[in-house]
Structure formats: structure tokens, C-alpha cells
Design a protein around this ligand. Structure first.
Ligand code: TMP
Ligand code: ASP
Length: 235
């Protein structure tokens, strides 16, 4: 497959056209933002960790019956994925209280929920990604009711597969964010990335944070945390 012109540059990735209109090439950067884009920086080696880890997880999910955009890893930082129209929703699954959940509801971090929760936010930088529910998404024409149901069921399934997998690596999956997209025929796929940028990972024994919260909260040891997650996944 031939790499063509750049189509888009986001906060953490660039997207390039290919000679096949069904596919694009994603290129992962080391750039990091947080706190609604106010905090900017780089995390050395992050692009490669996120690319490789995300590809591994997408393949694991495919094996478990989840349709994903993944096609082929080209290099440490570049991957061919299906070209999709992203549904402008961030889907967040939580197993344990942390981050905005803890802030919003005034509870400490670390409360293990009796069952996982789901929430949606509207991907819109000008509006700062406001929370919405499935009715709002339908009202705004972002997705049909059937699509919202599929997204919800798929996201909980992704959680079950990932929770079990990360537990086997001695990592607690606290919460994560997913995005979905549609192809030309309107078929939905899991899209974007699954990485320490988009998940909270806590060491199962020590509770040590092994994800982007170290960057968001200026905790230091950011690169080491990404490398540790890479080591757990790839040995
Ligand atoms: P939150 O507690 O800040 O809402 O984050 C929940 C999860 O979603 C956490 O694992 C980080 C991830 N996330 C993103 O990937 N992108 C975002 O823009 C936000 C706000 C959270
Ligand atoms: N929404 C954040 C940003 O400003 C990303 C994050 O905290 O993960 O880019």
C-alpha cells in the first residue's frame, strides 16, 4: 500500500491517504495534551508504545468478535486502518472511580463499582466535550438508537475482554475511552486507539499509576510508565 497526502493532524496522531480509498495510514506522535488542551508536552517513545499496544489490543478484540478498524501494522509508529467517519462521541467505561468521575460526584478514587458504568461525551472542542446521554446523541443526529445500543453493548464487551487480559498482566483496568466510526456502507467499527493515553492502568499489587495520569498530574516517571506497560504486554 502506498502512502499519499496527509488528510488530518490531531493532537496525538496524523492520518494519511493511501492509494486505496478504503484505507488510511495512522502515524502516532509523541505529542501529548491534557486538561482540555491547556497542558502540552511530549512523552518520548509514546507514539511507538501507543501504536503497538493499540494494534495488539485491537487484534485481541477481533479474536473475541469485536469489529475494529485495524488492518496492518507498518512500523513502530504507523498502521493501516479502515477509513471511517468517526461518530463524534467519546464512550467512557469505568470499573473503579477516578478522574472526572471522582471530581464530578465528590468521591475518592479507587471505589470498585458493583458493575461497570458507561457515559458519553460529545466530541466538540469548542464546547469542551460536554457529557450527553443516548437520547441526546439521538436528538442531535449523532447516531441512531440501534447504533447507540450496538456501541453500548460492544463497549461493555470490550471491557470484559480487556479487564481479563490486563488482570493476567498484573494490571487493573480502571477506566478507558473508546471511539467508533462508520464505513461507506454505514457499518460500525471500533476505531481510534486503546493505549495508556486513553486508559487508566493501575499496578494490581501496588496501585502505581501506569498511564497518562502521570503526565496530567505532573507526577514524573511518565516515559517509564509507558515503557512498563509495553513490557507487560510484549514481555
Ligand atoms: P476522565 O476521568 O478524565 O473522564 O477519563 C476517563 C478515561 O477516559 C481515562 O482513562 C482517560 C480517558 N480519556 C481520554 O482518552 N480522552 C479524553 O479526552 C478524556 C477526558 C479522557
Ligand atoms: N482531553 C484531554 C486534552 O486536552 C486529553 C486527556 O486528558 O486525555 O487533550
Amino acid at each position: 500500500m502506498e502512502k499519499r497526502e496527509q488528510l488530518y493532524e490531531g493532537k496525538a496522531k496524523k492520518v494519511f491517504a493511501t492509494d486505496d480509498p478504503r484505507f488510511v495510514i495512522v502515524s502516532y506522535k509523541d505529542d501529548a495534551t491534557a486538561l482540555d488542551g491547556l497542558k502540552k508536552g511530549t512523552i518520548a517513545g509514546k507514539g511507538a508504545v501507543n501504536n503497538r499496544m493499540s494494534n495488539y489490543l485491537m487484534q485481541l478484540l477481533e479474536k473475541n468478535g469485536v469489529r475494529t478498524h485495524y488492518v496492518k501494522e507498518l512500523s513502530d509508529r504507523e498502521t493501516v486502518v479502515r477509513k471511517l467517519k468517526i461518530v463524534p462521541l467519546e464512550v467512557i467505561i469505568r470499573n473503579i472511580s477516578a478522574g472526572h468521575f471522582a471530581q464530578r460526584y465528590g468521591v475518592e478514587e479507587g471505589i470498585v463499582f458493583p458493575e461497570p458504568t458507561i457515559e458519553f461525551s460529545y466530541k466538540n472542542d469548542d464546547l469542551h466535550d460536554p457529557l450527553l446521554n443516548a437520547y441526546h446523541a439521538f436528538a442531535l443526529g449523532l447516531a441512531t438508537k440501534e447504533e447507540m445500543n450496538w456501541i453500548k453493548e460492544t463497549s461493555f464487551k470490550v471491557n470484559e475482554v480487556m479487564k481479563k487480559y490486563f488482570a493476567s498482566l498484573g494490571v487493573t483496568l480502571v477506566d478507558f475511552k473508546l471511539e467508533y466510526g462508520k464505513d461507506e456502507d454505514g457499518v460500525l467499527y471500533l476505531a481510534d486507539e486503546i493505549s495508556p493515553d486513553t486508559c487508566r492502568f493501575w499496578d494490581a499489587k501496588t496501585g502505581e499509576k501506569l498511564d497518562k495520569d502521570r503526565f496530567r498530574r505532573d507526577m514524573g516517571g511518565v516515559e517509564a510508565a509507558y515503557e512498563e506497560m509495553m513490557r507487560r504486554v510484549f514481555g
